[in-house]
Design a protein around this ligand. Sequence first.
Ligand code: PLP
Length: 217
Amino acid sequence: MSISDRLRALRQEIPPSVDLIAVSKFKPVADLEEAYACGQRDFGENYVQELVEKESALPKDVRWHFIGHLQTNKVKYIAPFVHLIHSVDSLKLLKEIQKQGASKGRIISVLLQAHIAEEESKTGFDIEELKEILQSGTLQTFPNVKVEGLMGMGTFTEDADQTRREFKHMAEIFEEAKQYEPGLKILSMGMSGDWKIAVEEGSNMVRIGSTIFGSRN
Ligand SMILES: *Cc1c(COP(=O)(O)O)cnc(C)c1O
């Protein structure tokens, strides 16, 4: 199947209320162009340099999502154009996004990455840290940052029960977070292997790579 065929098939399955981010890391510009020709406008990338190169090669109406670990010293390269940063995992990074947003005259939309995986290795804020950030008025000191919601990644596992448990937990955190910050609207969770469970548990934004573009080497 071609990229367009796989994209169309996927769109048939995903509810219209759920936004599909096509994760194109490591894939050549030609692959992104094929998805673009098929109507795809939201693309997700994990690496700053790769994102910057692709941004200059693709049409300007593409909405670029940064989904990888972001180093503070690299925020400046994506600040002029990035549509949504999903992976904000520290206050230090928020501060830098504020600084770069102010210097570019933009309000940059972000998601706070929540730690939901039962395994220890995944990054993100835990629930107590999220509460603290949302309750303390800290966000009001960042006028050039707009926190639009939360992002979570499940444990990489074959155990569907564990995945469901983690996504359920994430959805609870999202509901609780909205009580502190009613402006939160986006819950980004679900990838190729687990997006159906994520959507069943309340995700409204899925980040899908290999199902569209094929496996990465
Ligand atoms: C690579 C990646 C994805 C997409 O993964 P697939 O399994 O190929 O769909 C989604 N989210 C993040 C954060 C990623 O790094």
